[in-house]
Ligand binder design. Structure first.
Ligand SMILES: *[C@@H]1O[C@H](CO)[C@@H](O)[C@H](O)[C@H]1NC(C)=O
Length: 968
């Protein structure tokens, strides 16, 4: 209980409301977020203002006489007929079926933030040409694509067409709303409309700031520019008539926090109509279903990276990370919308079929009377410009590739990181770590990594070790290395304010912390107490941080130590919504408001760079991050944050990770067992079974929970856990290959069924099962006391083999499958080939040169294909020296052929093929192996007529060689 009290104390100091929550949790009451800690759209003044813009005729008109067409696309001015403010629209056709639209003020008082570092390069453009024109519109044709764009001047809208069908319209509902920057409010006496309440607030804030400049005094925007925007032009201060007062436009309070808004209202909003689309996905992170819901009339989905204490499920509240990418799917087509904006963002979804019953829709369809289904999506962000990429498919794989070409693909993880990770807050000391390590060996369980949470550091001073509990970290790391295991330590971005702490001293002296509005170092309350927050948006800060991971700077670290970034939303216990003040100042003079959602991305980036640097660029990093943004896939793994030991949290990990995979972040997992509370054994077992089939597989638990290393379960569960870990480890060659494919092509590792079966409407809303690549279908068990599950096996003409019994089932069908606690249903698709390592050892590093067994599941046509990627498992040599193997296996006409799928790659390896298991095969008379340069040889085999499984023993060929096996 001491620990509980300590946590309660921390929470109390952090946020008074949290004590009650923690006590509730400790007393075993239902966990629930304190919703009042977080804003609704109505409480976020810009969201409320944006949402009050109703659909109808847009006040914007495109001034066609300003239209210019160049190699870099088209620009045209837009005028707001009500305010006469001019905007500039830039439209670019991009290669690969993409269009980019940017809208900014033509003459902003102050430049608006444009998100850097997310795009991997300037996307190559495709030529636009005018192919038609009348008084009110211009038709543009995009070279190298089947698309046309029609720009209508009044009311302003854009329509994207392929042939004669409309794909997508911009501003069709007239919700474009860009709050231009304006003169700050003028003198007191002018403002007759000011309420007494805001006068009081003003006076109070004047006193509170003691002489710091208040926007109400005039001078506003320019006077506040601290660091300056480099070579960006500083607009002239033009006297301007004060705009009518808008609530929260110049200052906003939430609970006890006041957000001074020296630049006034700056929000941007725009709508997109998607004719023919009824199913939309993406915009993580939310604890919600995979398929997005209609939000009109309720709360929009919110994207604002927040440390939500005990988050609630099935609602659109913001969580730790944000990826502003939405995918729309129909049986005919897939589209994506990438809204590149790092400020607080809300997304409203509406649909013209939302209210209709299925029956109503069918009637419409039969009578041909219904409107085409249509989904409308409205994006609203607090600041920045409108910068949006329309990803026009046409297939979902095209959309994945298009998005990957913009923001990069999943980093290829080191092999070990695909193994099992054992974590808790906290392993007490070195002896505890080594006991846990030994526990895996004693119980014959594989494990790759042991994790240390915040208590390992000296007083939460990251990059240090607690001298009494971890006096000899290098010895401990050596002992783990001898077992071929790794250690992960936590390094958070809040730095203890302590003049004796080198990290703090250097950051302070070099001016690398985020600043408050008045230019002093911003301090917030977090785990170490008072803490500074390094300004990771500053490239010098990131370089400094990366350098901290050198073995000299991070004393007690070694090559088998990897890193975990938590609390990087950033979490600030005493800040508004548990995060940083929006008027805090960043590098370049930007406000925290502008960069909030990208802060965690930069922490992740700088840490990953640090791990690359410390090895001289040789070793691939592993860094786990809780906060993320578009592009975070380039830096490593993410997890779904502080979940709970509840069945619903087990269930939600599927749609949460699927949503992340759809927007590029394949390396996703949820804390196995649940972070808060103690799972009953059944839940823990089911969670292991689920986690083993999700990309990032880590058990983790809160400080107040009971210990739950797997062997602490009653002995009747040991074999089940061992079996599940064995399944994970035997599939490592398959996982590794899937990650290589994700890395190469941008396709997700863990996939919703509809990605592979885009025409099968039944799959569109499924989020209790998923696919790994195109080969395995997993239906985890996520209900207490389940005796059976309903599994949907998709695909006309597809067959699915139960991986345990080899029983064959035809798709499409819904199958009732009885289950026991021993396992969960996993099926291999007929037509796929899955490589496995059949001897499970202590860690992946002990297995990486083991022989491979191929599981060939035949389609009804007697065919199958699969790939295998192999390299050294940990360096960049696959990239820099082409040291890798990509093998293709294909079975047809009773012949299995192994060939190279990438002739660039060369890798010497002792790995050989020890067995081939062909599922769905008849009994051959003979089996013959052909290899280049050797006489053909006969293979011994065994055929089981019950299961139709043919096992070929010891082909014995090296995995790098070309060979074929013939069934005669
Ligand atoms: C572009 O779209 C066309 C037709 O819609 C499609 O055939 C083509 O594969 C797409 N190209 C890319 C690179 O996605």
């Amino acid at each position: 209980m001491a620990a509980v009290a300590a946590v309660a104390e921390r929470r109390r100091r952090a946020q008074p409301g949290m004590v009650l929550l923690c006590l509730g949790a400790c007393l075993g009451m239902t966990l629930a977020v304190d919703r009042s800690n977080f804003k609704t759209c109505d409480e976020s003044s810009f969201c409320k203002r944006q949402r009050s813009v109703r659909p109808g005729l847009s006040p914007y008109r495109a001034l066609l006489d300003t239209l210019q067409l160049g190699p870099d696309g088209l620009t045209v001015h837009l005028i707001n007929e009500a305010t006469k403010v001019l905007l500039v629209l830039q439209l670019q056709g991009l290669q690969k079926n993409m269009t980019r639209i940017r809208i900014d003020e033509l003459e902003p008082r102050r430049p608006r933030y444009r998100v850097p570092d997310v795009l991997v390069a300037d996307p190559p453009t495709a030529r636009l040409s005018v192919s038609g024109r009348d008084d009110n519109s211009v038709e543009l044709t995009v070279a190298e694509g089947p698309y046309k764009v029609i720009l209508t001047a009044q009311p302003f809208r854009l329509d994207l067409l392929e042939e004669r069908s409309l794909l997508l319209s911009v501003n069709a509902r007239g919700l474009l709303h860009l709050e231009h920057q304006r003169a700050p409010r003028v003198s007191f006496s002018d403002k007759v409309s000011v309420t007494l309440r805001s006068i009081w607030d003003k006076i109070r804030s004047l006193f509170a700031r003691q002489g710091s400049k208040d926007p109400a005094e005039g001078g506003g925007a320019q006077a506040e520019d601290t660091a300056g925007d480099g070579d960006q032009p500083q607009p002239e201060e033009t006297p301007e008539k004060a705009e009518p007062e808008e609530s929260g436009a110049w200052e906003e309070t939430f609970k006890t926090h006041s957000d001074s808004k020296p630049y006034g209202p700056t929000s941007v909003g725009l709508d997109f109509s998607l004719p023919g689309m009824e199913h939309v996905y993406g915009i993580p992170e939310h604890g919600d279903n995979l398929r997005l819901k209609v939000t009109e009339g309720g709360e929009p989905y919110r994207l604002y990276n927040l440390d939500v204490f005990q988050y609630e499920l099935y609602n659109p509240m913001a969580l730790y990370g944000s990826v502003p990418v939405l995918l729309a799917h129909s049986p005919q087509r897939d589209l994506g919308i990438f809204w590149l904006n790092a400020a607080e963002t809300w997304v409203d979804i509406s649909s013209n079929t939302a209210g209709k019953t299925l029956f109503g829709k069918m009637l419409d369809y039969l009578q041909g009377s219904g409107e085409t289904p249509q989904t409308d999506v409205r994006w609203m962000s607090e600041s920045g410009i409108i910068d949006v990429f329309l990803l026009l498919g046409s297939t979902v794989t095209d959309v994945f590739r298009q998005y990957a070409s913009l923001t990069g693909t999943q980093a290829l993880p080191p092999l070990f990181s695909l193994g099992y990770h054992q974590s808790r807050w906290n392993y007490r000391d070195e002896a505890d770590v080594l006991d846990v390590d030994q526990g895996f060996d004693d119980h014959n369980l594989p494990c790759d990594v042991i994790w240390l949470d915040i208590e390992h550091a000296d007083g939460k001073r990251y990059f240090t070790w607690d001298p009494s509990r971890f006096p000899q970290p290098l010895t401990m790391l050596d002992q783990l290395a001898a077992k071929r295991r790794k250690l992960v330590t936590i390094v958070d971005p809040h730095i203890k304010v302590d003049s004796g702490y080198r990290v703090h001293e250097e950051l302070r002296n070099q001016g690398l912390y985020v600043k408050t509005r008045d230019g002093s170092d911003y301090e917030g309350w977090c785990w170490p107490g008072s803490a500074g927050y390094p300004d990771f948006t500053n490239p010098s800060m990131r370089a400094w941080w990366a350098n901290m991971f050198s073995f000299d700077n991070y004393e007690g670290s070694a090559p088998n130590l990897y890193v975990w970034n938590d609390m990087n939303e950033p979490s600030v216990f005493n800040g508004p919504e548990v995060t940083m003040l929006k008027d805090a100042q960043h590098y370049g003079g930007w406000e925290h408001r502008d960069v909030h959602n990208i802060y965690g991305f930069y922490v992740h980036m700088a840490t990953a760079e640090g791990l690359v640097l410390r090895s001289g660029g040789v070793e691939r990093p592993f860094v786990l991050s809780r906060a993320f943004f578009a592009g975070s896939q380039r830096f490593g793994a993410v997890w779904t944050g502080d979940n709970a030991a509840e069945w619903d949290h087990l269930k939600i990990s599927i749609p949460m990770c699927l949503s992340l995979g759809l927007v590029g972040l394949s390396f996703c997992g949820a804390d196995v067992g649940g972070f808060f509370k103690n799972p009953e054994p059944e839940l823990l077992v089911r969670w292991y079974q689920m986690g083993a089939y999700q990309p990032f597989f880590r058990a983790h638990a809160h400080l107040d929970t009971g210990r739950r290393e797997p062997w602490l379960l009653a002995t009747q569960y040991h074999d089940i856990i061992r079996e599940v870990l064995n399944q994970r480890y035997s599939l490592l060659p398959f996982w590794y290959t899937l990650f290589y494919q994700a890395h190469r092509e941008g396709v997700p590792v863990m996939r919703p069924l509809w990605v592979q079966y885009p025409q099968d409407v039944t799959t569109f809303s499924i989020d209790d099962q998923f696919l790994l690549g195109d080969a395995l279908l997993v239906h985890p068990v996520s209900d207490a006391g389940a005796h059976g599950v309903q599994v949907y096996l998709p695909g006309q003409g597809e067959v699915w083999y139960d991986t345990q019994s080899y029983q064959k089932h035809h798709g499409p069908q819904t199958l009732y499958l009885p289950v026991t606690l021993n396992s969960i249903p996993v099926y291999q698709r007929g037509g796929s080939i899955v490589p496995r390592w059949m001897r499970v050892r202590r860690s992946s590093d002990c297995m990486k040169e083991d022989p491979i067994t191929l599981f060939v599941a035949l389609s009804p046509q007697g065919t199958a294909q699969g790939e295998l990627f192999l390299d050294d498992g940990h360096t960049f040599n696959y990239q820099t020296r082409q040291e890798f193997l990509l093998r293709r296996f294909s079975f047809s006409g009773n012949t299995l052929v192994s060939s190279s799928a990438d002739s660039q790659g060369h890798f010497e390896t002792p790995v050989w093929i020890e067995r081939v298991v062909i599922i769905g095969a008849g009994k051959p008379a003979a089996v013959v192996l052909h290899t280049k340069g050797s006489p053909e040889s006969r293979l011994s085999f065994q055929h089981d007529p019950e299961t139709s499984v043919l096992t070929l023993r010891k082909p014995g060929v090296n995995v790098a060689s070309d060979w074929s096996i013939h069934l005669r």
